[in-house]
Design a protein around this ligand. Structure first.
Ligand code: COA
Length: 441
C-alpha cells in the first residue's frame, strides 16, 4: 500500500547547501558522478534554473514512518526523496518567443518510489513554472504516458538522418559563396544566424543564458560559416568528427549537428563541404528539424532515418493567455474568437492553462482577455464570436504551433468549434512549421 502523501507536499527550492544531496539523487537515478568538486559544491544552484526537492526526512515525518526509524532518528537526514530541475529557456513561437520551463533530472529516491511522489512533483513543477511566469513547460521522455496524465503532450520526435557521403560529394560548386572557419571571433555570427534563421520556427530553443555559454562549444565541435559575395552571413554547418570505433556506427564518425542557410543554394554549398569527407567516411549523421528545408535539398533518395530510439518532445501549456499573446498574428489575419480550455489533469489553481479567453487578432498582434467562463463577452463584436473548446492536451499541442484543430482531433484530443470561422481563425493564428527542438536537455 502506498503511504498517503502529506498535504501540502513539502516541496521546497533547493540551494547550494543541497547540491550534494541533489547530485546523489540524480546520479543514483541517471548515472554519473556522485561526488562534487569543491567549486561545484560552492556554486549557486540557481543561475538559469529553479531546483525543487522534497526532503526524505519531511516525508518520513509527515507519513509517520519516522516513528519507527529507530536510533537514526527516522533516517532520511540530508537525503532528498525527490527532486527536479526547471531550466529557464526561451523558445521560438512562429516569430515570437516565450519562456519555457525545461524539466530535467526529475527523480524519486528508490526508498520513496511507488508512493505517488512522481505525480506530486510534476504538479509542483507545473505550479512553479506558472509562478515564475513561464507560459510553457517542455521535457523529453521515452515514456510519454506518465507525463501525459499531467497535461504534457507529445509535439515532436527529434530526428537524425543517415546520409551517404557519395551523394553529397557530387554536389556542384555553388558560385558566390565562400566558407570561413568558425573561431571564437566568428562564433557570435554563427549564433546570430541560428537565432535569425530559426525565429519563425515553433519550439526551437533560443540559445541564450547560462545553458548556452558564449564561445566555442569545445569537445570536438567544429563548424564553417557560409558568406555571400556581398559579405552577408548566409548560413553554417556544425559537426563533430569522431574516430571510428565502437559507438560510431550509423554515421556517427561525422555527426552533423545542424545545417542552416537562408536559401537552397546556401544549404547545397554547406552539404557540399560535408561531402568532402567522402574519401574517409561512408555516411554522416544529420540532425534535422521536423520540416527542415535541408530535407528538400539532399540529393538522392538514399538518406534514411537513424534507427536508434530518441526521447520524444513533450510540451505543456502553463498560461494560455500568455502563450497566445507571445506569438505575432500573421499579416492580414484579423478577427476574434472565444477559447475555452479545460484542464482536469492538475488540481484547480495549479497554473493558468484552463479558463475562457477572448482572443483578438489585430494589427499583427494577438490580444487576449481572460474571463471567468460565466462572464459575458466584453463587447458586441466579441458576442458574435464562435467558440473553440480544447482540452489541455489539444491546447498544449496547438499553442506550441504548427498544428491544426483537425490534427488534434485525429489524435483523439478535444478540439471543437461551434463556428468554422472561429476554427479557421485559430488555425491561422497558430500556423507555422511543425514543432522541432534540436537541443537535448
Ligand atoms: C520514474 C520515477 C520518477 C517514478 O517515481 P515514483 O514516485 O515511483 O512514481 P509514482 O509512484 O508517482 O508513479 C507514477 C505513475 O507512473 C508509473 N511509473 C512509475 N515508474 C515508471 C516507469 N519506469 N515506467 C512506466 N511507468 C512508471 C507508475 O506505475 C504510476 O502509475 P499509476 O499511477 O498508474 O500507478 C522513479 O521511478 C525514478 O526516479 N526513476 C529513475 C529516474 C527517472 O526515470 N526519471 C524520469 C525521467 S523521464
Amino acid at each position: 500500500m502506498p503511504s498517503p502523501l502529506p498535504d501540502p507536499l513539502p516541496v521546497r527550492s533547493l540551494t547550494t547547501a543541497d547540491a550534494a544531496a541533489y547530485r546523489a539523487l540524480s546520479a543514483g537515478a541517471f548515472g554519473g558522478r556522485f561526488d562534487l568538486t569543491p567549486e561545484e559544491a560552492a556554486a549557486p544552484l540557481s543561475p538559469g534554473q529553479s531546483v525543487l526537492g522534497i526532503d526524505s526526512s519531511a516525508m518520513l515525518a509527515a507519513t509517520g514512518a519516522a516513528d519507527g526509524g529507530g536510533a537514526d532518528g527516522g533516517g532520511g537526514d540530508g537525503v532528498l526523496a525527490a527532486g527536479a530541475r526547471i531550466l529557464h529557456h526561451g523558445i521560438a513561437l512562429g516569430g515570437g518567443r516565450a519562456r519555457s520551463g525545461g524539466v530535467a533530472g526529475l527523480a524519486v529516491h528508490p526508498a520513496h518510489r511507488g508512493d505517488g511522489l512522481f505525480g506530486a512533483m510534476v504538479d509542483a513543477v507545473i505550479a512553479r513554472c506558472d509562478a515564475e511566469g513561464m507560459p510553457f513547460s517542455m521535457l523529453f521522455a521515452s515514456n510519454p504516458e506518465i507525463y501525459r496524465r499531467h497535461g504534457y503532450q507529445v509535439v515532436a520526435r527529434p530526428e537524425s538522418l543517415v546520409v551517404p557521403l557519395v551523394d553529397l560529394q557530387r554536389i556542384r560548386p555553388v558560385p558566390g559563396r565562400r566558407t570561413l572557419p568558425v573561431t571564437a571571433a566568428t562564433m557570435p555570427r554563427l549564433r546570430a544566424l541560428y537565432t535569425e534563421l530559426t525565429a519563425g520556427d515553433n519550439g526551437m530553443l533560443r540559445r541564450e543564458g547560462p545553458h548556452f555559454p558564449e564561445g566555442l562549444p569545445g569537445g570536438g565541435w567544429e563548424a564553417v560559416l557560409l558568406v555571400g559575395e556581398d559579405g552577408t552571413d548566409r548560413g553554417y554547418a556544425s559537426w563533430t568528427r569522431r574516430r571510428p570505433g565502437p559507438g560510431t556506427a550509423e554515421g556517427r564518425e561525422l555527426e552533423v549537428h545542424e545545417v542552416l542557410g537562408r536559401d537552397r543554394d546556401d544549404l547545397r554549398a554547406l552539404l557540399r563541404v560535408l561531402g568532402t569527407w567522402s574519401t574517409l567516411v561512408e555516411e554522416l549523421r544529420l540532425r534535422v528539424r521536423t520540416e527542415d528545408p535541408v530535407l528538400d535539398v539532399l540529393p538522392g533518395g538514399r538518406a534514411r532515418r537513424a534507427s536508434d530510439a530518441v526521447p520524444l518532445v513533450l510540451m505543456r501549456v502553463i498560461d494560455t493567455a500568455a502563450a497566445l499573446a507571445a506569438r505575432p498574428a500573421p499579416a492580414g489575419v484579423h478577427g476574434a474568437l472565444r477559447l475555452i480550455v479545460e484542464d482536469a489533469t492538475v488540481p484547480p489553481g495549479t497554473c493558468r492553462a484552463a479558463g475562457a479567453f477572448d482572443v483578438v487578432a489585430v494589427g499583427g498582434q494577438i490580444r487576449v482577455l481572460a474571463q471567468e467562463p460565466t462572464e459575458a463577452a466584453a463587447s458586441a463584436d466579441l458576442d458574435s464570436l464562435g467558440t473553440v473548446h480544447l482540452d489541455v492536451h489539444a491546447a498544449s499541442l496547438l499553442l506550441t504551433g504548427g498544428r491544426s484543430l483537425a490534427d488534434a482531433r485525429r489524435l483523439g484530443l478535444r478540439a471543437e468549434a461551434d463556428d468554422p470561422r472561429a476554427a479557421a481563425l485559430l488555425d491561422a493564428l497558430l500556423a507555422g512549421p511543425r514543432p522541432s527542438v534540436l537541443d537535448a536537455f
